[in-house]
Design a protein around this ligand. Structure first.
Ligand SMILES: Cc1cc2nc3c(=O)[nH]c(=O)nc-3n(C[C@H](O)[C@H](O)[C@H](O)COP(=O)(O)OP(=O)(O)OC[C@H]3O[C@@H](n4cnc5c(N)ncnc54)[C@H](O)[C@@H]3O)c2cc1C
Length: 287
């Protein structure tokens, strides 16, 4: 059982994020992606969880499958809003019994068209889930960080204070994606000023489809910088050129972050391997 806190203490990590597939075809595609990324020797991979428990079994099954059958350390995302403490405790027991020792503790979002749907349940914020998991011995706990502030935060200062308190109770954070180093570096500085120096892994989203990423960015409260959007607009009619530009820009972002001494890189793969493999090769992480 490898704890991500121990991996981070030992050196820089490289990790990949997946979502649980919905169909047999998508499951086969994910198996292929995992096999293609396994050759990069990831420090760990993580699997998202549908807010409110919509992927409860699928997330659990794929996390346990990866950890048992591939030898890659797997982390389960877990959201608390809309759940009872008993429901979460039962799932944590299943993970512990299956040898899973890493959890990303999240609040989760209600569906945009039903904002009150997750109001039932025992939890409001991710920190409460971190505390519940801590009461279970042995888990290494990650939390989410939002370099440009959480979209529902009234202001950046309060978001940073809540993040510092949550991260102090956890072991490490992974960020929402961002496209230029500034917001990440300021966030790490702000956390240090608040006395929190736990590792914060930057989340990297290679742009393979500019329209899709601009939409994701809007939802996540991340700015898709206009000067980058303009570069994608210039090649918008050529899918290969869009992808190549996305890989080039993500490589540059990673190079800058590595030069700043980040504790690792966490790639949002969207269950595909090509762009991530190309960036890893550009960075010399594929050897
Ligand atoms: C790396 C990463 C992975 C993710 N994976 C998933 C996933 O698998 N499934 C999923 O559904 N979602 C996922 N999300 C999205 C996440 O669930 C949403 O962004 C959610 O809205 C906030 O989650 P959080 O854990 O940051 O919440 P919190 O830490 O609870 O913060 C949410 C908001 O509440 C504020 N806040 C925190 N504590 C307090 C307090 N005590 N009083 C007042 N305000 C407070 C914060 O400033 C922030 O504005 C992920 C996000 C990231 C960055």
């Amino acid at each position: 059982m490898t704890r991500i806190a121990d991996l981070l203490a030992a050196g820089r990590t490289c990790s990949f994020e997946f979502f649980p597939p919905k169909t047999d075809d998508a499951a086969r595609a994910l198996e292929k992606t995992i096999a293609e990324l396994e050759v990069l020797h990831p420090s760990f991979v993580s699997v998202t969880y549908g807010a409110g428990g919509s992927t409860r079994e699928r997330t659990r099954d794929i996390v346990i499958h990866i950890e048992r059958d591939t030898g890659i350390t797997a982390m389960a995302h877990l959201t608390c809003v809309g759940h009872t403490a008993d429901q979460l405790t039962a799932l944590l027991d299943e993970y512990r019994d299956a040898g899973i020792s890493n959890i990303l503790a999240l609040a989760g979002d209600p569906p945009a068209d039903a904002p009150d749907e997750l109001d039932t349940g025992d939890f409001t914020h991710a920190l409460e889930l971190v505390e519940l998991i801590r009461a279970h011995d042995g888990f290494s706990i990650g939390v989410a960080a939002h370099p440009e502030g959480h979209p529902r935060s009234p202001d950046l200062d309060s978001d940073r204070r809540h993040l510092a308190a949550k991260l102090e109770a956890a072991d490490f954070a992974i960020t929402q994606f961002f496209f230029e180093p500034g917001p990440y570096l300021s966030m790490v500085e702000d956390l240090a000023a608040l006395g929190c120096t736990k590792p914060v892994l930057p989340g990297i989203m290679p742009v393979t489809n500019a329209g899709q990423v601009a939409r994701f960015a809007q939802l996540a409260g991340a700015e898709f910088p206009p000067h980058l959007a303009a570069r994608f607009a210039e090649v918008a009619d050529d899918a290969d050129a869009v992808r190549a530009l996305g890989v080039e820009l993500a490589t540059q972002l990673c190079e800058r972050l590595l030069a700043e001494g980040v504790p690792g890189l966490h790639f949002y793969t969207l269950n595909r391997s090509t762009a991530t493999r190309e960036i890893a090769a550009n960075l010399g992480l594929d050897g």
